[in-house]
Design a protein around this ligand. Sequence first.
Ligand code: TXA
Ligand code: MG
Length: 325
Amino acid sequence: MGSVDEIGSSEAIDRAASILRGGGLVAFPTETVYGLGADAENPSAVSQIFELKRRPTSHPLIVHIAAASQLEAWTSAIDERALRLARGCWPGPLTLVLPRGPRIPHAVTGGLETVGLRVPAHPVALALLRAFGGAVAAPSANRFGRVSATTASHVRAEFGDLVPTILDGGPAEVGVESTIVDVSGPTIAILRPGGVTREQVSAIVGHDVPVLERSEVRVPGQLASHYAPRAQVVLTAKRDLAERVAQLHEDGRRVAVLAVGEVPPVDADVVFTAKTTAELAQRLYAVLRDFDSARCDVILASAPDPAGLGLAIGDRLKRAAGPRE
Ligand code: TXA
Ligand code: MG
């Protein structure tokens, strides 16, 4: 049986660091979602991540480091924009896409000449990175295309004993993945909205930063269907919720409702309303999992305004509602 280690114990962290050194995998908490980590410099360790997640090897992994001061070891070029973003947001939910340094194998970058780097803001993640000493390549700890994990027990539910070592750092505080900002070329762009808002990124660089809908780079979070629970997700305006619930009930379907703020009374089987977008972000993936456990057939989700964290939440809901293969 695998073990879920007690929160933050230094013994557990040392054990996890030595598993990484030996080429093994470790699931660990970050402030966004749990990650499934391997030594970024060890291609065979990295390849195990792709196998376990059943993730196409062309989809690059994010590389986690302990401090912005280590950036130079992992990228071949940093400019002032990247440094300002790193100083302004790290540790935190921001990934910078930069030219790949020679220590980052192509197995990590999916063959790209750029690498996504981030310093996570979670004491357990930082302690693990410091104890390990190197860089940790880690995607979200979920099967490819499925709902991300925001607790240690979600990771266990995804992988069972295939991932024997899971560091437990409690529920993730931010709850949606990092914002990915491409600073590898002359124009800066957000490739994936996330925990650092577009407004924050724009304020740091001094101009409006666009969010790319489609990108030349391969970002699985940009596939039509991603972050998908078992139940069908349907984006629904708040004013239409009551009527849609009634229609679905007539068809004998079990219905869940997900929204932020005030919602008109609805007769759904399960309802989750968050007071703020921060609360919705934090609970989003756990609630989608709960709706599956409650055997809901359809989730009617009302997307928040695309401001602040609402942009990332709307992005995840849109992809969760996307056409499935
Ligand atoms: O918050 C997060 O970012 C979490 C935690 C564990 O750090 N990680 C995460 O990893 O969300 P993953 O693999 O689920 O998503 C990483 C995203 C993918 O969409 C990948 O394509 C993109 O980062 N990515 C990684 N390297 C890239 C690169 N060089 N260029 C463009 N996109 C890149
Ligand atoms: Mg993911």
